[in-house]
Design a protein around this ligand. Sequence first.
Ligand code: FAD
Ligand code: MLT
Ligand code: ZN
Length: 455
Amino acid sequence: MLIEQLKKIVGPKGWSTDSIDLEPKLTDWRGTVSGTTPIVVSPATTEEVAAIVRACAESKVGLVPQGGNTGMCAGAIPDKSGTQILLCLARMNTIRDIDAINYSMEVEAGCILQDVQDAASDVDRLFALSLGAEGSCQIGGNLSTNAGGVNVVRYGTARAQVLGLEAVLADGTIVSSLRSLRKDTAGYDLKQLFIGSEGTLGIITAATLKLFPLPGAKTTVMIALQSSGQAVRLLSYLRSKIGDRIEAFELVSSFVFGLIKKHLPDSKQPFDDDSPWYVLADFAGIAEEDLQQALMAAMEAELVIDVVIAKNAAEAAGMWHLRHSISESERAEGEALKHDISVPISRFEEFLTRGDSLLAERFPEGQLIAFGHVGDGNLHYNVALPAGFKRHQEVTEAIYTLLLEVGGSISAEHGIGMVKRQDLPKYRNSGEIRLMRTLKKSLDPDNILNPGKVI
Ligand code: FAD
Ligand code: MLT
Ligand code: ZN
């Protein structure tokens, strides 16, 4: 009955029960979690989304929103019960409006991130969110996870790129706050409820996004370092010399570089010799002589070992290709234990030093796979473990305990989804958890929206 109702709402182009269509949507990008569904529905309008939600609410059947299915915490995968409906936003991919004078654009949730960036750049504006999956992830998924990526150091996370939002509540009500205002204190800022809540409080159907001026000519630089702590000190030093013109500041360990080389054997390597750590950075709107001078001074201050400045756009793209191949390279090696952590930048070095000792003393068989967005204090502190190793939970708990001690978070940018759900109550205080549960219960009393995720 419900299935027939859903088919009618979306019409013949808007649903599938064919396993060829369903299969890629039922396992997460990492390939670790799979689920089942009786049907995937792909609405073309917000009204269709509302009708789908109403139908599911009447039948008290769970609904799992899915964007590009590039998420790292299996938030977009239905459970194994075979009852949850999969809601795919891909057909809602219209860029509704671009207002270059207001530096804003209105887009539907299913727009691919790269298409949003390109549309902004066509009118000489920047949409600042950028991440390795930008060719396939969707803006609805980016906002639902409050994604970070490589430009947060200058522009902030996905949340900071949103002026207005349209969402569908668990009873099918459409809440439209698609205003394009920089200032608006008229009541609660409702859009914040849906950003970062991973589809558990509402379905995002459209957003008004903030645009920036294009940053000017970019210079991409690869920097070799002796220690990860040097990266933090270098960032602080460069900030004091050149201000906020640092667009990206990414850290990659030598071991991770080894994985990339193995995965991309023909890739051009920036340095002949190995160093323990590397930073890949983009600078914009700064004369190359001034940048060179700042980097030379950093070298004299013994903050860096060596520097390679990309000579042209192709070289810069080559360096970024290496960075964006990390997830693929890591996946190709087999499943590492992933920890998407953040710490205050001032305690980054302490976390890494204590983390090294922790792994060496308690889990010497673990191999650290560390990379990430050091400019935001966000590291992918992953640990590869040998076959047969059984104490994965112990490794994660030890790392999370250390994180708490240094004021960190167990999820910087990937969210909680299904895979970290059991950890959340242990690492957020009871007042926070109670408020999250109160919000969920009052907005979705029958637990229709993305059940089994986050809370
Ligand atoms: P999905 O994976 O489809 O969904 C993610 C969550 O959002 C799920 O809970 C889903 O139910 C919910 N959701 C999706 N659409 C909606 C909607 N319209 N309304 C309500 N809920 C919805 N992440 C980063 O933060 N930074 C990175 O640097 C980064 N790099 C990546 C690199 C690679 C190669 C890959 C594969 C992933 C990377 N990710 C990164 C993770 C991922 O791309 C992001 O989390 C992205 O924002 C997810 O978007 P998506 O459209 O694929 O969402
Ligand atoms: C990244 O920074 O590359 C991503 O967040 C993806 C990942 O952690 O694999
Ligand atoms: Zn990341």
